[in-house]
Ligand binder design. Structure first.
Ligand code: ZN
Length: 464
């Protein structure tokens, strides 16, 4: 029996790849050859300009645009059924200092290119398809990741965050909002009344396309990855060890209070602990991002002061919790053994996020329909999708990264030598895959209700 695969395979042509390349070119204002992309968040010549340029492109496509009180943008291609939950795709357009060309914008541009192709083929999906631009995902601007989506979902307290200073200008977040044409009081008011800035309940699913931040996919000769979970982390940016100095030749080995040696053993014992967990099949990576000796360090003296940072990441919350216990235990033991004081300092936690099995299956199914090879993988780095996963069925598609150099100008998604994207390339495959998911429809009956209607209700004047 012939089974009609609903509704037809989604295709893109070179028109779409030229369109996508032109959108990337629009964002090249902030690119310096040999250095990379500098697009700080909530700044006129940075993220704001990129967002305004992309909104103009959305308008050219005839999309209706909604901007929430934190400046997150939603460009809506209406489906046949206005009451079906929307399928949202999107990513960020801010960058780290000297970042790559694709980290972030690839996800937004993929979404707009899918709309371009749907229009070219005269396809109207059943559910609304929304292309989102999520504000300030990278941490350098306000020393906080996913500012836009954390404000939208209620993970950040807006009143508190208003006073956070921008690292470039020293101005408060409040001032940057105003300079970006946004109203801080409105943000606080919408949040107070709704506990969120967008109607998450009418989003059927969110899928973020993002360039991979390593070169695992390239190594496996696989163009696209389906993310299963996003690693959470504990970060200890300022671990301090205090001991006592003494001559390194004269002082008895047993009586020393060697801060440097205690620091080294702390890191090495935690490394062994991480290895043990990995060998038992758990997901964990452990790093000592930096370490320093105290100012009084001398070649002939026992160090009385040592500092380091510790960072552990895992897709499993229980692994993170177990490892944090190990940090405390090892540090207590070493305090006694070396007769030093270990202050672990600030401990910053970010929860891991599990991607929705419904979305993972939908991505896998669509990839089979159009014969695109994929593999399942965790995301080592954080993304806005971790924030979405708290609220809606969420998934991510990774695009193979040729150099494996993330957050750097060498970041590479595989353009042709004439600087265009080919229809056979990995980026084209990601766009085609997303398009196929859109025509298939996803989760639309699980969370009914029009996003636009609910959004407009939330933002309607209260008459006060
Ligand atoms: Zn990113």
């Amino acid at each position: 029996m012939y089974i009609y695969m609903k509704p037809y395979p989604f295709e893109i042509t070179s028109d779409q790849m030229i369109y996508a390349e032109n959108l990337f070119a629009l964002l090249d204002n902030n690119w310096t050859e040999g250095q990379g992309m500098n697009r700080p968040a909530y700044m006129a010549e940075g993220e704001n300009r990129a967002i305004n340029d992309l909104i103009k492109e959305g308008r050219k496509l005839g999309l209706s645009i909604r901007t929430d009180a934190a400046g997150n943008v939603f460009m809506i291609y209406p489906g046949k059924n206005p009451d079906a939950g929307a399928l949202l795709t999107g990513s960020h357009v801010d960058s780290v200092v000297n970042g790559g060309r694709y980290d972030g914008p690839a996800g937004v541009i993929a979404g707009l290119t899918v709309v371009h192709a749907l229009m070219a083929q005269g396809i109207t999906p059943d559910q609304d398809f929304i292309v989102g631009i999520y504000r300030n995902e990278e941490s350098p601007s306000f020393k906080q990741v996913s500012v836009g989506m954390k404000l939208a979902s209620g993970s950040l307290d807006p009143a508190e965050f208003m006073e956070r200073r921008h690292t470039h200008t020293g101005h408060a977040f409040r001032k940057h909002l105003q300079a970006s044409g946004l109203d801080p009081e409105r943000l606080i008011d919408i949040f107070k009344r709704h506990g969120e800035l967008i109607p998450f309940s009418s989003i059927a699913a969110q899928i973020e396309i993002h360039i991979e931040q390593e070169r695992e996919l390239s190594d496996q000769d696989t163009p696209l990855g389906i993310v299963t979970a996003i690693r959470g982390n504990y970060r200890l940016p300022g671990v301090t060890i205090k001991g006592q100095t003494g001559h390194s030749g004269a002082k008895s080995f047993e009586k020393r209070q060697d801060a440097g040696m205690a620091k080294n053993r702390l890191v090495s014992e935690l490394y062994d602990e991480a290895l043990r967990l990995r060998q038992s099949g758990r997901d964990i990576v452990f790093t000592e991002p930096y370490s320093r000796s105290g100012d009084s360090a001398k070649l002939t003296h026992i160090p009385d002061d040592a500092q380091c940072a510790l960072e552990v990441r895992s897709t499993e919350d229980s692994v993170l919790k177990d490892f944090l216990s190990a940090i405390h235990r090892v540090s207590d033991d070493l305090q006694h053994q070396h007769n030093v004081m270990i202050d672990l300092g600030n401990i910053v936690y970010s929860a891991p996020a599990t991607m929705s099995q419904t979305v993972i299956d939908a991505i896998g199914h669509a990839a089979q329909q159009i014969h695109i090879k994929t593999m399942l993988m965790p995301s080592g780095a954080g993304h806005d999708s971790a924030e979405f996963a708290k609220k809606v069925d969420t998934g991510m598609i990774f695009i193979a990264q040729k150099t494996g150099l993330s957050h750097r100008h060498e970041e590479d998604m595989g353009r042709d030598p004439d600087k265009t994207f080919s229809c056979e390339g990995d980026f084209a495959k990601a766009i085609t895959l997303l398009g196929q998911i859109v025509v298939n429809g996803l989760n639309q009956n699980a969370r009914p209700g029009s996003f636009v209607k609910k959004f407009d209700e939330m933002y309607a004047p209260t008459g006060i």
